[in-house]
Structures are given as structure tokens and as C-alpha cells.
Design a protein around this ligand. Structure first.
Ligand code: SAM
Ligand code: F3S
Length: 464
């Protein structure tokens, strides 16, 4: 069995917990391992030579969850001592060597900013015979070491910054991913350009706070609005998105970009967390509900078709019924579409974890249920209101058994399902919405939009 395995390419199984950033990082890990050591992806842990757990510690019991997964992998390693196990992501960053004390069978512990060192750490593990730990924050080194962009469809994520310097009182991210670090402007554009040439039609700029992005280029300080304008100038890029943003750095320039740049999708994910000023202050978010409302109003003026989505936390310490009601009012007034709702979970080491006055568990759960029902109702209303509209859909896939069953996303970030010629995959097309469902839209194909053929890209100067 072992000798069979050694003649075949090595296989890695990566399990991802948590957010979009982690999904992106897992893709990078696979690419780095493929390039450095020829690893291929395994579909199951049982088939792999290397197991990687990419952890997330934003939610409750993250460490326990990671340990429970590792416990199962320990059995596999007991049967196959050559199996290697690596743990990355935010739990690894937070726990470091402590993780080895709890799970001594783990071979490598690495952080979100040292994933580029994974092949080297695995080699060091072999040469020294000892487990390796590297959870430093050399963010720029990470960007420099990233492999060339790979794509699997017409949409691609492009990381533009790492970490977060906002230190919201409840959040672990600044401690696990480090302070904000920006990727050079020219490197991002070069990556977008490569992606465009390989057939990518939609780019999503990714980072914890993408609207904090700043970098010098051509003697000027550039920001996210510049990145959007320069990317929009590449003709074959047809749609641009970004996530996640923070309300305090959401300035007029970016709002104007929603008005002026039609390639910028009419969807914005702008976490508000709470509708109560008292709670926002305790969360150290740095804005008031009035300021958030004003930004939402100006965004809607700039882009009337905008779908606004958000993150909300229920049960923050000291949250009263009237604070919670204020959150519900804000949700109703701003008509949020499909949003993320979190139960507050104290993260060890964050300032909020030391706050008095926890909300009793039963109350937290009851509020969560009420707000979830409101958000679901609103998302369904939003979908139903689309019926009769013709939306632009970038077709991402066809059905496995039915090649004319097509799916893609609208500008407002809704999955749209319809039937049409299977060669529409990878193109932007138009669909008339016939049904609005809770999590998606159904529609009728009404024709293609003009798309320039591949390889005919050219950069036009962005409008001043
Ligand atoms: N960059 C984003 C922003 O501007 O707020 C936040 C990124 S954070 C990883 C994703 C979401 O997780 C947050 O918006 C928040 O709603 C939720 N979250 C973070 N820490 C949490 C905690 N301790 N308890 C519950 N939810 C939490
Ligand atoms: Fe976390 Fe606040 Fe940054 S929620 S990721 S510290 S903006």
C-alpha cells in the first residue's frame, strides 16, 4: 500500500472552516503545495498523504471544533504513521505551540500570514523529525510568495490586503491575522490582467477591510476606487465586486464610483453589527447609526438598484430589549437583503470578553430567532420584487446531468437558475426573472450581451 502510494503523486486533503478569506487561503495552499512539491487535491482524508485543517476562530468553540476534527485524523495517523497533519488559520495563529501540547501528533502549525512557508515547514519537519510552528505576520512576504493566479471559472478572487487594524472590541481577527497590510497596486493590476487574459470576467477584491486599501503608485496614493477604475478599464472584465468593507472608511469617492462605474456590481456588503448607538460604542465600531444610515442613503441615491447586505451580532454584553429593537428598526428601514446574523460569542483575549452583563442564553437565542425571521422575510421580499426584471447573469456552471440547466449570479449577488445553451457558461447573459425564492431566482433566458472575444483586451484610460 505504502509503496503504491510513493509511486503516485502525493495528495493533500484540505478542510476549510470559516469565512471567504479562509476559502481563498485554502486555494492558495493547494496551489503552493502543487507548485513546490507536486501535490494533487484529494477528495477524502483517507486518500491523502497530507491533511491540512484551515481553522477559523471568529465563532464559538473554535479550538474545540479544531481539536475534534484533529481527533479523527489522529486515528488515520495511527494506521499510517507517514501521514502528515498541518493546522493553519486563525486557531493555529492564536494557539501556536499550545496546539501541539493538546495535539502532539500534529506536524506543522502555521498562521494565515505564513501559509507560503507550508512546503518549507513540511521539509523542516522531515529533516529535524520535530513538529514545526510558524505563526508570524510577515504579510508582504506572503503576497510576494503567492503563486500565479489560477482560475476555475469566469469569476476570481483577488486578495488586495491582509489583516485588520480596527480592533472592534468583540473580534479576534486583528490578533490572528495581524494589522492591515496592503498589496502593491501594480501587483494587483498585473494579477487582474493575467486573470482577464485567461478568461475571467468577474473579479472580487478580497480583504477584511478592502475600503481601507491604500498604496502608492505612479507618485500618487491609490485607493480602492482607483483599483476599481483601472480594473474596469480592462475591456473583458465585465463585473467587479469587493468584500468586506467597513463603514468608517466608506467615503464619497467610493460612493461616487457606484454612480459612475457600471461594471461595479450593484451589491454592497457593509457590516453594521447593531442598530443601537450604545452598543456600537461598546463594540468600538467608530460610527453611529445616523452615519451608517446616511451612507446607505447616499449609496442608494448613487445606485438605486443596489442590494445592501450586512453582518449583525445579537446578544452583545449589555444589549437590552430596546437596543435589540433598534437593530430590528434599522434592518427594516434599510431593507437589508440576504445578511449574516451571528450570536455574540466571547473571544478570549478581546476587550468585550471582559465586559459585564452578559445577555442570558435563552434571551440571546430568542432574539436571534426573531431577527433571523425578519431578515429571511426581507430577503424573500427582495427576491420577489425582482420578478419581471431582466438581470445580467454571469453564467458560472451547467447542471451535471442536464447541460442546459444553467446557473450564474446577478449583479445583486443572487444565484439565478434558468435553461439555455450550454456554451453560455463563462459569458454574461440576460435573464428575465420569473420566480423569486428565498435564496435564489429562477428565470427565462432572453439573450446574450455583446462580449468581446478573448485575447482582444486593451486598457483604456479610466475616466478622471
Ligand atoms: N471586516 C468585517 C467588518 O467590517 O466588520 C468583519 C469581518 S469578521 C471576520 C465577520 C463577522 O463575524 C463580523 O462582521 C461579525 O459580525 C462576526 N463576528 C466577529 N466576531 C464575533 C464574535 N465574537 N461573536 C459573534 N460574531 C462575531
Ligand atoms: Fe473584526 Fe472589526 Fe476588523 S469585525 S475584522 S476587527 S473591522
Amino acid at each position: 500500500m505504502t509503496s503504491m502510494r510513493s509511486r503516485q503523486p502525493k495528495r493533500v486533503y484540505i478542510e476549510t472552516q470559516g469565512c471567504q478569506m479562509n476559502v481563498y487561503d485554502s486555494g492558495q495552499m493547494l496551489e503552493i503545495l502543487r507548485e513546490a512539491s507536486g501535490y494533487l487535491a484529494a477528495d477524502r482524508a483517507e486518500e491523502a498523504d497530507l491533511l491540512v485543517l484551515n481553522t477559523c476562530s471568529v465563532r464559538e468553540k473554535a479550538f474545540d471544533k479544531a481539536l475534534s476534527r484533529l481527533g479523527r485524523w489522529r486515528q488515520l495517523k495511527a494506521d499510517r504513521p507517514d501521514l502528515r497533519i498541518a493546522v493553519g488559520g486563525c486557531v493555529a495563529s492564536q494557539e501556536g505551540r499550545h496546539l501541539l501540547a493538546r495535539a502532539p501528533f500534529v506536524d506543522v502549525v502555521f498562521g494565515p500570514q505564513t501559509l507560503q512557508r507550508l512546503p518549507a515547514l513540511l521539509d523542516e519537519r522531515e529533516t529535524t523529525g520535530r513538529a514545526q510552528v510558524d505563526i508570524r505576520f510577515p504579510a508582504i512576504e506572503k503576497f510576494d510568495a503567492l503563486p500565479p493566479p489560477q482560475r476555475t471559472g469566469p469569476c476570481a478572487f483577488v486578495s488586495i490586503m491582509e489583516g485588520c487594524s480596527k480592533y472592534c472590541s468583540f473580534c479576534i481577527v486583528p490578533y490572528t491575522r495581524g494589522e492591515e497590510a496592503n498589496r502593491p497596486f501594480a501587483d494587483i493590476l498585473a494579477e487582474v490582467w493575467t486573470l482577464a487574459e485567461s478568461g475571467v470576467r468577474e473579479v472580487t477584491f478580497l480583504g477584511q477591510n478592502v475600503n481601507a486599501y491604500q498604496a502608492e503608485w505612479g507618485g500618487e496614493l491609490r485607493d480602492l476606487a482607483d483599483l476599481i477604475r483601472y480594473t474596469a478599464a480592462i475591456e473583458s472584465i465585465q463585473r467587479i465586486r469587493f468584500t468586506t468593507s467597513h463603514p468608517i472608511e466608506f467615503g464619497d469617492r467610493l460612493i461616487r464610483t457606484f454612480r459612475e462605474e457600471p461594471k461595479l456590481a450593484p451589491h454592497l456588503h457593509l457590516p453594521v453589527q447593531s442598530g443601537s448607538d450604545r452598543i456600537l460604542t461598546a463594540m468600538r465600531r467608530g460610527y453611529t447609526t445616523l452615519e451608517y444610515r446616511s451612507k446607505a442613503r447616499r449609496l442608494r441615491e448613487a445606485r438605486p438598484d443596489l442590494a445592501l447586505t450586512t453582518d449583525l451580532i445579537v446578544g452583545f454584553p449589555g444589549e437590552t430589549e430596546s437596543d435589540f429593537e433598534a437593530t430590528c428598526d434599522l434592518v427594516r428601514d434599510l431593507g437589508f437583503d440576504q445578511s449574516f446574523l451571528f450570536l455574540y460569542s466571547p473571544r478570549p483575549g478581546t476587550p468585550a470578553a471582559a465586559l459585564p452583563d452578559p445577555v442570558p442564553e435563552a434571551v440571546r437565542h430568542e432574539r436571534f430567532g426573531r431577527l433571523k425571521a425578519l431578515l429571511d422575510r426581507q430577503a424573500l421580499d427582495f427576491s420577489r420584487q425582482r420578478v419581471g426584471e431582466t438581470v445580467s447573469v454571469l453564467v458560472e456552471r451547467r447542471g451535471e446531468s442536464d447541460p442546459i440547466a444553467l446557473s450564474g449570479r446577478s449583479g445583486t449577488n443572487h444565484w439565478v437558475h434558468f435553461t439555455g445553451p450550454s456554451d453560455l457558461v463563462g459569458t454574461m447573459t440576460r435573464v428575465e426573472v420569473t420566480q423569486g425564492l428565498p435564496n435564489c431566482l429562477k428565470g427565462r433566458w432572453v439573450g446574450t450581451e455583446p462580449v468581446r472575444p478573448r485575447g482582444h483586451d486593451r486598457i483604456r484610460q479610466p475616466a478622471a
